[in-house]
Design a protein around this ligand. Structure first.
Ligand SMILES: *Cc1c(COP(=O)(O)O)cnc(C)c1O
Length: 494
């Protein structure tokens, strides 16, 4: 039976009364904010005392003992649950001792930017909805484009991360070369064994699962071998295939190797191959002198992936795709007026909406976290931090080489080194597996491992803005100590 319309206001008012918790008043907001502030302050002040990795037998399952309920709960209790089951178990990327994978660190000032973005909830996807937000993101993108040496014609998009940035590059490359379904099985992608796995995933996501993937051999420093690339490209052309996409790494995730970008760019140009540089780990190093030298030639690419949530230290959720020609990113994603297709009207780029440069429409206003951090800290702080990371890696490399029995990989191109301990007798892989476990159990630093030419290697990746010389000295002492412990343990086992 339909409700009597005359009764509706009363019913509506009853419902309204139940929604008050959705809009805390000034005093309540201050109390909530204060509690969260106390929590985050405790977190930050205890960072160096917390283990970088916490092995929790429950793996956070206790969270489920507190199901989402119809009734409100107190923030104090919620924060306790959050701390115990979410923040404590697993890896702590905010820690200065995080030297594994590619460390992300999370600038506090960017968190404040996120807060500003979320409270004001501006619509950053469409220029007309918030022109200032769109301009801010364009400004940030243009700033990065200039730093990598791209011309005025460049554009881009702030993505959620490097994987999506790589996907956008691949979609741009597909449409720029007008690849049709009938061409897909003939299209060839050139990359290396050490190329990030998300590239192949993105090729499939872009519909090109049938494309041929060539793993070009690398040199002794794990950089793509250009001669080998030329050879496969020539062969592929002879065989009637379509060399389409070359993905170079500006810092591989595994070893930090930077491919020879200048030489690769000219091979790509001669063969009309789209040249993409995956700089999710390393491209931010263009902001410092040593990095800039290593990344020479990056400006010769057609597109670049960057990851401010790695090399610009902002919290997770920010990547960048840059394209040299704005029209290439607009082509796959435009949904209305084609004003950008015609490069003559690129003047209107200033008013571009992220919604026409990306698959997303409504999304987090990511620009603030990058813009605020750059404004508040100034670029020089970032340049210094990045130069510091490179020098810390070089220093660690030098020191590791002086430990008896340690075998290192190549001199670091950027800020990652690989090494292992080769025991006088016994299985080296088994030893290094034990060694990393000991380091992990100690908890003060966290390192990860990888397989290089079938050998189990340890990795030290220096990228957190919080990692300074003392931490590296501590890591070296721990490595030394754990080698002795592992040797003793193995001896005990015999
Ligand atoms: C981290 C990384 C990616 C993936 O980026 P996400 O931000 O994790 O999606 C891609 N390529 C390289 C070289 C990386 O280091």
């Amino acid at each position: 039976m339909k409700t009597d319309p005359g009764k509706l206001p009363e019913i509506i008012k009853t419902l309204e009364a139940k929604t008050t918790l959705l809009e805390p008043d000034l005093k309540e907001r201050q109390e909530l904010f204060e509690q969260v502030n106390i929590y985050t302050e405790n977190f930050l002040e205890s960072l160096d005392k917390r283990p970088v990795y916490h092995k929790d037998p429950q793996e956070g399952a206790g969270l489920l003992d507190d199901p989402i309920s119809e009734e409100p709960e107190a923030l104090e209790k919620i924060l306790e649950i959050f701390d115990e089951h979410v923040i404590t178990p697993g890896l702590n990327p905010a820690s200065p001792g995080h030297l594994g994978y590619i460390p992300g660190s999370g600038l506090y000032v960017s968190a404040l930017g996120d807060f500003l973005a979320a409270v004001t909830n501006r619509y950053s996807g469409i220029y007309a909805a918030c022109p200032g937000a769109a301009r801010m993101e364009t400004m940030v993108i243009k700033w990065f484009a200039e730093k990598v040496g791209y011309p005025e014609s460049a554009a881009g998009d702030l993505t959620s991360g490097g994987s999506i940035a790589n996907l956008s590059a691949i979609v741009a490359a597909r449409d720029a070369r007008s690849l049709k379904a009938r061409d897909f099985h003939r299209a060839v992608v050139y990359l290396c064994e050490h190329t990030h796995h998300c590239v192949e995933k993105a090729v499939r996501t872009a519909g090109l699962g049938e494309a041929k993937i060539r793993h070009v051999p690398v040199d002794d420093c794990f950089r793509m071998n250009p001669k080998a690339l030329e050879q496969v490209v020539r062969q592929d052309i002879q065989n009637g295939l379509l060399p389409w996409l070359l993905v170079a790494s500006a810092g591989t995730t595994d070893t930090g190797a930077v491919d020879p970008l200048e030489t690769l760019a000219s091979i790509a140009r001669e063969n009309n191959i789209w040249f993409h540089v995956d700089g999710a780990y390393g491209a931010s190093f263009v902001l410092c002198e040593s990095g800039k030298k290593m990344l020479k030639g990056i400006e010769l690419s057609d597109s670049i992936t960057m990851d401010p949530h790695k090399g610009l230290f902002v919290p997770f959720g920010t990547g960048i795709i840059l394209v040299k020609n704005a029209a290439d990113l607009h082509r796959p994603y435009q949904y209305q007026a084609n004003y950008l297709q015609d490069e003559k009207t690129l003047a209107r780029m200033e008013q571009v909406s992220s919604a026409e440069m990306s698959p997303e429409l409504t999304r987090h206003f990511r620009g603030v976290r990058v813009w605020l951090a750059l404004k508040l800290c100034g670029v020089s702080a970032f340049s210094a931090a990045l130069e510091e990371k490179i020098l810390l890696a070089r220093y660690a490399y030098h020191r590791l080489n002086r430990i008896d029995g340690i075998e290192t990989g190549p001199f670091p191109d950027l800020s990652i080194i690989i090494f292992r301990y080769v025991p006088e007798n016994g299985d080296a892989d088994q030893f290094n597996k034990m060694l990393i476990e000991q380091i992990m159990n100690d908890g003060a630093v966290y390192m990860s491992s990888t397989l290089i030419d079938g050998n189990f290697m340890l990795r030290m990746a220096v990228l957190s803005f919080r990692t300074h010389l003392e931490k590296i000295e501590q890591a070296l002492i721990i490595i030394d100590k754990m080698i002795v412990q592992t040797l003793t343990k193995l001896r005990g086992d015999i």
